[in-house]
Design a protein around this ligand. Structure first.
Ligand SMILES: [Zn+2]
Length: 109
């Protein structure tokens, strides 16, 4: 897969990354390795991004989605409506490696 050239430090750019990965894989589950800020933002997105199966409207906060299904009187399983329910985040040590490398080069210089 080609790199997705966005700075992965905002919900908007991470949404682009996750949507592209999900669209390009044909597997039921997608494991994505990441760490640092992207990891914590993606974890929040997985928990809070919902799509209403009734009207296809997107929500970025669980409270908003719960209000919506209550207003519409929908009898649906909330967990099944998570936009990224099939993504498994694998935390990595990338930032620790980068910081170790930086520290070593500082010590040498
Ligand atoms: Zn709806």
């Amino acid at each position: 897969m080609q790199p997705i050239l966005v700075n992965p430090c905002s919900y908007k750019s991470l949404e682009t990354v996750l949507d592209t990965i999900v669209a390009k894989t044909e597997k039921q589950w997608v494991a994505i390795g990441c760490d640092g800020l992207p990891f914590s933002l993606c974890s929040k997105m997985i928990e809070n991004y919902f799509i209403c199966p009734h009207c296809n409207e997107s929500f970025t906060k669980k409270v908003q989605f719960i209000n919506h299904i209550n207003q519409e009187n929908l009898d649906i399983e909330i967990e099944n409506c998570k936009k990224y329910k099939n993504i498994l985040l694998i935390p990595g040590m990338g930032h620790i490696d980068i910081n170790n490398t930086k520290a070593l080069f500082k010590l040498r210089g």
